[in-house]
Design a protein around this ligand. Structure first.
Ligand code: GLY
Ligand code: MN
Length: 362
């Protein structure tokens, strides 16, 4: 993990003597802590990592997490009581004047504790350097995301086997979670979206007791977490019989996605990929709108930094992992979204999700 720490330092725009990543209680645990330590097991509430320019890291671990913390390449110091944690912070930060903090992941109370332990320290937000580092994956991260994508691809291909008319949205969502975990996911990477009929026009619909009726769209957006890394996929089906309007919406989204995928390669800007795909949706005049970005970074977090969206500058680099998820939504009628995960290559992209995208009638 030393290489990751060194890359964070090389992406800094301000000089700092050291960087601290400090966790509060769930959900205020900074995923960058796991990025630099590589710990696959453990919760690590109340623990901290101090990073040094030579790539070394110290971990201040609670006694509860000690067994998960040892064995890696970090130097581990263990505390049993809060006062000991403050004392360890004080000792390790001795001599540090300029301390980098991850403003995107540090709570105010943890920052106050750091300042109490090290009065007069200059805390500098270096979250941009962390985001810039994490957005380009190393090969081991790509492989973990590939495994997470395999899980959701298999589950997406199973949907026609279990989905039936009269099923409730939350029942279908429960099937998705169960099947992902049966295939090795530690958990869903976010609450699965399962939306039927006009609910599918709401991109982030929360599943409820709505039942699937003939003629409805059935949209599923879900992800698996595997060894801390996320996947994300969306597939849309139709129950019973497909109408002309539904087919036009589906084909437009499929074409928009193909256009976006064909545009992606290192050196292209994410906003131009968004524009290429969005123009296909816009041509479906009166057919609905796309109120979200074309895609987002994916990694330890489901939204892992970076967006392909109008006006967002994102020069694509080799080994960035992004979703490509165009959609079209007609309020009161329904919506279609198709989402895959890609890894950016020099001359194109590799699609890591493999589930069928043929318009499938349930
Ligand atoms: N898959 C959910 C989202 O990207 O917001
Ligand atoms: Mn997504």
């Amino acid at each position: 993990m030393k290489d990751r720490v060194k890359r964070i330092f090389s992406n800094l725009t301000d000089n700092v003597d050291a960087i601290i990543l400090m966790n509060g209680e769930e959900p205020n645990v900074d995923l960058s802590f796991f990025y630099v330590t590589g710990y696959e097991s453990g919760l690590f509430e109340g623990c901290a990592a101090i990073l040094w320019p030579d790539g070394k890291s110290d971990v201040i671990s609670s006694a509860l997490e000690e067994s998960c913390a040892v064995g890696g390449d970090c130097q581990v110091m263990v505390y049993a009581k809060l006062a000991q944690r403050v004392q360890l912070l004080k000792e390790r930060l001795r001599g540090v004047r300029r301390l980098g903090i991850n403003g995107a992941g540090l709570s105010v109370s943890n920052l106050e504790e750091i300042k109490r332990a090290s009065p007069g320290i200059d805390a500098i937000d270096i979250s941009v350097a962390i985001e810039k580092t994490r957005i380009v994956k190393d090969d081991s991260e790509v492989e973990l995301i590939r495994d997470a994508c395999k899980i959701v691809s298999e589950v997406a291909d199973d949907i026609p086997d279990f989905l039936e008319v009269e099923m409730k949205e939350y029942e279908a969502a429960a099937e998705l979670s169960y099947k992902m975990q049966k295939k090795g996911a530690s958990s869903p990477s976010f609450e699965p979206i399962s939306s039927f009929g006009k609910n599918s026009a709401d991109p982030h619909h929360s599943p409820n007791a709505t039942v699937l009726r003939k003629g409805d769209f059935a949209l599923f957006d879900f992800g698996a977490k595997y060894r801390r890394y996320c996947s994300d996929i969306t597939r849309t089906f139709v129950a019973g019989k497909v109408s002309k309007r539904q087919r036009e919406m589906y084909e437009a989204v499929l074409e928009a996605q193909a256009t976006g995928l064909a545009t992606i390669r290192a050196g292209v800007n994410g906003k131009d990929v968004d524009a290429a795909a969005r123009s296909v949706i816009d041509e479906l005049k009166g057919g609905g709108t796309m109120p979200h970005s074309l895609g987002h970074g994916l990694g330890l977090s489901i939204h892992d930094g970076g967006r392909m969206a109008p006006g967002v500058d994102l020069p694509l680099k080799k080994n960035m992992i992004l979703t490509v998820e165009p959609g079209v939504y007609a309020p009161g009628y329904g919506g279609v979204r198709i989402e895959d995960v890609v890894c950016v290559k020099e001359n194109g992209c590799e699609i890591l999700t493999s589930a069928s995208k043929n318009l499938t009638v349930i």
